[in-house]
Ligand binder design. Structure first.
Ligand code: ADP
Ligand code: MG
Length: 252
């Protein structure tokens, strides 16, 4: 379980995470949605210790992320950030092997090598495993980062807008892949998503952020409605039912 209790973060006079409290139990896919600048990436960065909060507490399986040993947290929680800056002269296999670092501290065992291979296969990059990252398309590179996160084999995997740069085919494969990841026993996948229809189709639960606050939380059917579109996203739209699925429809 990830427990977020009264978390706040300010930059100058601007509060970007505002007294946010939230519990993410183990299991399933949790989608986080909200307008640009709502604080989604900041929240994920605080959970994964990349940024320090001004106040509040984050616990992962009872461990306070600010005081627990980094390695203990890294074995439980992984993150794929919205922007990844990494040396281009690294092969896919090298990158994915970084995911094993919390387990082996840079001294890979046969099990590590096998897990790296499995993660690369899982995202369908086996043919490109020895290519350098700058020889890949944006979508392939995105999948390589997902493989690194998979290889870390943490119980909680956080993904910040993993569908960026992906065409519709690869976006669907990515969501199926994350869904499969979450369907493994004990695994929880938290995904920041822009597309409400994707959230409705794949998430078991949707959390809505607006201006640093958690303003909605529940199953997609309860959360994604007309009011969400107008009050949070400021568009005049509707939620329609097509083949038993709800779809967001916004007039041009
Ligand atoms: N390092 C920073 N310094 C100042 N402001 C920041 C910084 N990082 C983010 N912000 C601001 O915090 C707000 C929330 O950003 P972010 O968490 O990236 O939002 P989201 O991911 O929901 O789009 C935005 O208004 C953004 O401009
Ligand atoms: Mg963001």
């Amino acid at each position: 379980m990830i427990e977020i209790h009264k978390l706040s973060k300010r930059y100058g006079d601007t509060t970007v995470v505002d007294d946010a409290s939230l519990t993410i139990p183990r299991g399933g896919v949790v989608g986080i949605v909200g307008p640009n600048g709502a604080g989604k990436s900041t929240l994920l960065s605080i959970i994964s210790r990349l940024i320090k909060a001004d106040s509040g507490v984050v616990r992962v399986d009872g461990l306070d992320v600010t005081t627990a040993p980094g390695r203990e947290i890294a074995r439980r929680l992984s993150i794929m950030r919205q922007e990844n800056h990494v040396a281009a002269r690294l092969t896919v296999r090298d990158l994915v092997a970084f995911g094993r670092f919390p387990h082996n501290r840079g001294r890979p065992t046969r099990e590590d090598v096998e897990r790296v291979r499995m993660a690369i296969d899982f995202v369908g990059l086996e043919a490109l495993a020895d290519r350098f990252l700058d020889q890949l398309s944006g979508g392939q590179r995105q999948r390589a980062f997902v493989a690194m996160t998979l290889a870390q084999d943490a119980d909680y995997a956080l993904f910040d807008e993993p569908l960026n740069n992906l065409d519709i085919h690869h976006a669907v494969s990515m969501m199926r892949l994350l869904r499969r990841m979450a369907d493994q026993p004990g695994k929880t996948v938290v995904i920041v998503l822009h597309d409400l229809n994707v959230a409705a189709a794949y998430a078991d639960r949707v959390i809505v952020m607006q201006a640093g606050r958690v303003v909605g939380d529940g199953p997609p059917f309860d959360v994604i409605d007309r009011r969400l579109l107008s009050e949070v996203f400021r568009v005049d739209g509707d939620v329609v039912e097509v083949s038993g699925r709800r779809l967001v429809s916004v007039a041009p």
